[in-house]
Design a protein around this ligand. Structure first.
Ligand code: KIV
Length: 273
């Protein structure tokens, strides 16, 4: 039983997210990469499930999100979509699959939608990708934008530090958010920017703004599941609240199991045929 029991079992749609913003109900979003965890998150009542390219880090063990391929993303998204009955499933377009060639971007977007059964896509970038995003939306595919810290551009930034502290970058971000809304995006993720700027954007646009490290003045929050459940270690940005210590729980359980196998305690009489 979830603490905040979500009685409304209707499928979450992009329209329902908009209605949530309009009535001031905050949107909950987490990442998921596999069938079993997606089942748990969905049954707990999560609104939006993101098959994020953070999978490159937490699933594949890469240092950045760049190496994740379209095929790898499709494999994970298909398994998540199979599990989810209620949440809106969003899939990240992996690095290089939406990068200024609208025809190629649309082909990749259609592959994800056809082969996974997901509900929508997320794309990192603003003005530079407006043509790609417009083409994808014109094909009937809902798109969530992503501005602020964009991990796919880490080689351009050289650091994962807070973005848009300078006025010029803040202005560009506001302009990008308005362009994304005009292009038809149904929501935007703002990552690691000053809370005051994120609040301003959430007030300026009518679509939902989901923050990660963007303060409380936005319409919803997203975290990487492995971080908030305490599976990952050695990553403690200020914005991360850990809701469990699964690393500790799993380590304890596995150590106990090893001990029982070594001591011949497992299996016992009632655990065999
Ligand atoms: O890939 C991801 O997990 C994300 C979230 C950080 C928003 O894009």
């Amino acid at each position: 039983m979830s603490v905040h029991s979500n009685d409304d079992q209707r499928k979450v749609t992009t329209r329902r997210l908009l209605e949530m913003k309009q009535r001031g109900e905050k949107i909950s979003m987490l990442t998921a990469y596999d069938y079993s965890m997606a089942t748990i998150l969905d049954q707990a009542g999560l609104d939006v499930m993101l098959v994020g390219d953070s999978a490159s880090n937490v699933i594949c063990g890469n240092a950045t999100t760049l190496p994740l391929t379209l095929d790898e993303m499709i494999f994970m998204a298909k398994n998540v979509a199979k599990a989810v009955k209620r949440a809106l499933v969003v899939v990240d377009m992996p690095f290089g699959t939406c990068s200024g060639n609208p025809k190629r971007s649309l082909e990749a977007a259609i592959r994800i939608m056809k082969e996974t059964g997901a509900d929508s896509l997320k794309i990192e970038g603003g003005e530079e990708l407006i043509e790609d995003i417009t083409k994808i939306i014109a094909a009937g595919i809902p798109v969530m934008g992503h501005l602020g810290l964009m991990p796919q551009s880490i080689n351009k930034y050289g650091t994962y530090t807070i973005r848009a502290k300078e006025e010029s970058e803040a202005k560009k971000l506001i302009n990008d958010a308005m362009l994304l809304e005009k292009a038809g995006c149904f929501a935007i993720v703002l990552e690691k920017i000053p809370a005051s700027l994120a609040t301003e954007v959430a007030q300026k646009v009518s679509i939902p703004i989901i923050g990660i490290g963007a303060g409380s003045g936005v319409d919803g929050q997203v975290l990487v599941m492995h971080d908030m459940l305490g599976i990952t270690q050695g990553f403690s940005p200020r914005f991360l609240r850990r809701y469990a210590d699964l690393n500790g729980v799993v380590t304890k359980a596995v150590s106990h199991y090893i001990e029982d196998v070594k001591s011949k305690d497992f299996p016992n009489e009632s655990e065999q045929y």
